[in-house]
Design a protein around this ligand. Structure first.
Ligand SMILES: *Cc1c(COP(=O)(O)O)cnc(C)c1O
Length: 393
């Protein structure tokens, strides 16, 4: 089916690039016309191990022949093991599994409110940052600090406030007796690749402790090695009370997770929350494999090395082209800020065989697989450079 025909059947909610992808291998994908592309976006930070990784194929094949789903009315070994693994990696205590990032944040927001409700306290307010992105459900668009995701969906759930990112006095001023939680991305992805200062995160943690407020880190994009440590919060040495994960966790299978401390997690009592698909044996088995390969192949080291390489290359572009202002981000969640709209650059890259994405109108974002090679980074930088040169800017 061609793109025009497909558009007849699909809701028009995505601004899609006009290609149809049919297969992938490592950091390369192919369209239905046989063109190949180097993949510098990994399905929006999802394909942690690239495409068609042999260990994932083996796990998926084995698990499909064993059990796909059994519901949360029973235990399953894959969910048990993945929970243990995530607890060991994060130093948080309890895990709830779901199927997406927005669902993980929904669980986090519900848990924060329930935690204070259980103590008989009227604390329900959630403070988030402007330019944040927390998902597309009603609660998570209310949580998101960008008007464009809210437009047309009023009335939105109440109890959300937004404050400028990296501005501790503004946050302090927004806190009142009804504040239950502060929810932040340690590195804002969709909102323009904006990195939180360590002093800011330390200050937020101190404020939360002082005022009996929960700190929620949305690491749906930054978690699972993306920033060169398993979780971005490790770099700041600031531990949240609640942590949300999704995107890279399943390496391509849908899975989300919400982690909490023992004390907070206890409020998600029997019957208070749930999901049919969350924590199914298939998605948990694949997530375990993703974590296993990351460890065996020392991918955190690769993220750091490839990040340095990519940053050096992007800095050269900033030095060469007046349209670029700065390189931002961390690990393999990097951005280059332009003073023009970046869509023409993305289209030129697509035409030359490189997939990159935007983070807002003026930021090019790079999110390659964590196992991308040195040669592939070099190749991607070359295509990017050629694509910019070819534009009449
Ligand atoms: C992608 C993303 C979400 C939403 O995840 P979905 O799986 O699309 O629901 C939430 N928060 C952040 C930081 C994200 O990057």
């Amino acid at each position: 089916m061609n793109i025009q025909d497909a558009s007849q059947y699909l809701t028009p909610n995505y601004g899609r690039f006009p290609i149809t992808l049919v297969k992938g291998q490592g950091s390369r994908v192919w369209d239905d016309a046989g063109n190949s592309y180097l993949d510098f976006m990994a399905g929006i930070a999802v394909n942690t191990l690239g495409h068609a990784h042999p260990a994932m194929i083996e796990t998926i094949t084995k698990q499909a022949a064993t059990m796909l789903h059994c519901s949360n009315l029973y235990f399953n070994p894959q969910q048990n093991q993945l929970a243990k693994k995530l607890v060991e990696l994060s130093a948080l205590d309890k895990v709830f599994f779901c199927n997406s990032g927005a669902e993980a944040n929904e669980a986090a927001i519900k848990l924060a409110r329930k935690y204070f409700h259980d103590q008989g306290l009227q604390k329900y307010g959630i403070i988030t940052a402007t330019q944040s992105f927390h998902g597309r459900t009603m609660q998570t668009i209310a949580a998101t600090g960008q008007d464009k995701v809210k437009a047309g969906f009023a009335p939105l759930p109440a109890g959300f406030k937004h404050v400028p990112f990296n501005d501790l006095p503004a946050l302090k001023a927004a806190i009142d007796d009804s504040t239950a939680a502060i929810m932040l991305e340690p590195l804002q992805g969709e909102g323009g690749v904006n990195l939180a200062n360590i002093e800011y995160l330390e200050g937020v943690r101190a404020l939360c402790d002082e005022r009996d407020i929960l700190l929620i880190f949305d690491e749906i994009q930054t978690g699972i090695g993306r920033c060169g440590t398993m979780f971005a919060f490790e770099k700041a040495g600031v531990k949240p009370d609640i942590l949300t994960l999704a995107k890279g966790l399943g390496g391509g299978v849908p899975i989300g997770a919400m982690l909490a401390t023992e004390k907070v997690g206890a409020s998600l009592s029997a019957g208070s929350h749930g999901t049919t698909f969350g924590g199914n044996p298939m998605s948990c088995a694949v997530a375990l494999t993703v974590l296993d390969v990351m460890e065996k192949d020392d991918l955190l080291n690769n993220v750091q090395a490839r990040s340095a390489q990519l940053q050096t290359g992007l800095q050269k572009l900033v030095a060469t082209y007046a349209i670029f202002e700065e390189v931002r981000g961390d690990g393999l969640l990097l951005g280059i800020k332009a003073n023009i709209e970046v869509v023409p650059i993305i289209n030129a890259c697509l035409g030359n065989g490189l997939l990159v994405l935007a983070a807002g109108p003026q930021v090019l974002r790079f999110l390659p697989a964590l196992n991308i090679s040195e040669a592939e980074i070099t190749e991607g930088l070359d295509i990017l450079n050629q694509s910019i040169k070819g534009l009449d800017l």
